[in-house]
Design a binder for this molecule. Sequence first.
Ligand SMILES: [Zn+2]
Length: 247
Amino acid sequence: MARKRTERMTKKTPKKPKYKRQVRKKEMPLYAYVEERAKRIAREIASHIRESTLDEGGIIFVHGPHYSGKTSVGCGLDESIDPLRRFVRGQPRADDRPDVLEGFFYKRKDGSKCPAISFSTKREIEQLFDEHEIVVMDYVQFIPYELQSFFLRELDDFVERGGWFIALGLLFNSLRNEFLLSFVIRQKAVKEYKLTTTCQQCGRRNATLTQRLVDGRPPNFEDPELVPPSDKVVYEPRCEDCHVVIT
Ligand SMILES: [Zn+2]
């Protein structure tokens, strides 16, 4: 018996991203409304695409803070999308971010995932758009600066050919400024979904921003735009009233 116990104890546990998840398991039911809304939006997007003519493409931008259901929209789409259309999920490769998994969309809220193609080169962007008719992309704001102009040109050509691009991402960085690429995608979008979620400070369901906390402290406006989450750096959704940036 004793030997058996030792074997169990030394068994390797699967590697998990090293950062604090803000929503604890017992709090998940509080976000049921976010999941319900994500399913409805996925169905709405699918029917919008179904009702368009084959040569008519467009951009749909779904944006909101952490835990607002963006990734759930992306993971739920294949249930409603016409199976005959060439559909793919994509996301920028982000080796330094434990919250962006290679080859998967990762739902921060519950740690679940669904398959996606990660890219980090112009060739990979080209393939994603050339080989598919519907592309849903998570973390659009993390597309590296040096790929952004190429990405936008490929995106324009794709839409021109009748492709549908569903962008999922943050509109605002945690310093409360708009991500440049998100701003441009928003300008080009034919449809926009502004998601909100529960503010982790006051509990109202009107959080539109993401609060960065480093060792529990809010950021200074001079801080970098992107800081990967870690055991010291956490992000949580907050409403405009509760969001803090030190100036
Ligand atoms: Zn609040």
